[in-house]
Design a protein around this ligand. Sequence first.
Ligand SMILES: [Zn+2]
Length: 153
Amino acid sequence: MLETPHVVVGAAIATKVVSPALAIPLALASHFVLDKVPHWNPHLFTETQKLGHPAKKSTFVAVADVGLALVIGLFITSRFATQPERAVTILACCLASVLPDIVKWPYYYLKNRWEPLKRWVLFERSLQVNATFWPGMLTQLLIIATGFWWISS
Ligand SMILES: [Zn+2]
C-alpha cells in the first residue's frame, strides 16, 4: 500500500488513543491490516528483479507519495502543537505506521542484499493484496477519507 493512507490511519490512531504505549504498537499493527485491503502499488519488487532497481516512473510515484505522507503527517501533528506529548505520539505513530516499508528502502535504493533484509522484503510482499490501478487507488482514497473523518469526529 502507498505510504499516505498508512500515515493517515497511523495519525488517526494517535489522535484517538492517547497512551503512546498503546497507540504506537497499534499504528505499527495497522500497517499489516491495511496491506490486506486490495490496493495498487508501484511495482518496485518486480522492477528490481528485472532491472536491478525500481523504474524511474515508480520512484517518482514513491517519492511523491512519501512527500505527501510527510506533509499530511506534519499537518495533523501541527494541530496538536499546544500539546507536545500528543504531538510527539502522533509523529511516532506516523513513523510506526510506515516502518515495515521504510526498512525495505535500502533493498531497493542502496542495492542492499543483506539476507535478513531480503527475507523481510519477501515476507512483506507476501502479505500484500494487490489490485489493478483504479480499484486499487479507490480503496486507498477511501482509507484516507475514513482516516480524516475519524480524526475530525
Ligand atoms: Zn507494507
